[in-house]
Ligand binder design. Structure first.
Ligand SMILES: [Zn+2]
Length: 245
């Protein structure tokens, strides 16, 4: 059987002498795995389709639940991601999230579209990498069932002013009087950045980096996942800020 799926390569692992096994985040079927034959040989026609970040329309032949890549027409390679350390690290977080949270046959077109959107922003816009990544996580986490509740205090619904608290157990933010024990105080600027980014706005790099740290804290504690690309990205970003400062 032949199958045509739009997808982004999220992982690519050597297999045998000349093949690779790909993980492809698809619009239609979540993450699927497929073998790409002969791509390690010089001049292989499908080499481009076996590179991480390759966004293409893939043609697979499917036999007994195994997919083999038989063709691919490139939509976007997001080439400029390779030209900046910040862009590349941030983009690798998108792939990592897809691999970790998206399983085959759990179809979530939304996550695919979030990933494309984020990779485009990272590749083709200048600066703001941390904020684009925060926007991706906020949207993708919601689709994975781990939404952050940013519309006012999660307990009383009032606007949060002055001091802000976050409780990973609920994903909610609280004003001072409403936070229960176990909630932790966060910088108001972090809360503000999350709120701005969630509603399509922007934020300065430092606050967006703080927002990424809060997202990491949330994912580690609530979803029990340790995301190494996110850890590395936070380190790379903070090095950049120190240099700038
Ligand atoms: Zn309250």
């Amino acid at each position: 059987m032949e199958e045509k799926l739009s997808g982004i390569v999220v992982s690519s692992v050597s297999y045998g002498e000349s093949d690779k096994i790909l993980g492809v985040l698809t619009l239609e079927k979540g993450v699927v795995s497929a073998i790409c034959k002969g791509v390690k040989k010089a001049g292989a026609k499908l080499k481009f389709a076996s590179e991480p970040f390759c966004f293409a329309e893939f043609l697979f032949s499917v036999r007994q639940n195994r997919r083999v890549v038989t063709g691919a027409s490139l939509i976007d390679s997001f080439y400029p991601l390779r030209e900046s350390v910040n862009k590349l690290y941030a983009a690798s977080c998108v792939l990592e999230f897809a691999k970790r949270f998206e399983r085959e046959n759990i179809v979530s077109p939304g996550l695919f579209l979030d990933a494309v959107d984020c990779l485009k922003n990272l590749a083709y816009k200048t600066g703001g990498e941390a904020a684009y990544l925060v926007r991706f996580y906020l949207s993708a986490l919601k689709k994975a069932g781990f939404g952050l509740e940013l519309n006012g205090c999660f307990k009383c619904g009032e606007q949060i002013t002055g001091r802000a608290f976050f409780d990973y157990r609920t994903g909610g933010f609280y004003s001072e009087g409403c936070a229960e024990s176990g909630a932790r105080e966060i910088k108001f600027s972090t809360y503000d950045a999350l709120k701005n980014i969630a509603s399509g706005g922007v934020s300065d790099d430092k606050s967006a980096e703080d927002a990424l740290k809060l997202i990491r804290y949330f994912i580690e504690n609530r979803a029990d996942e340790n995301l190494s690309a996110l850890n590395q990205t936070i380190t790379v970003f903070s090095r950049g800020s120190t240099l700038k400062a």
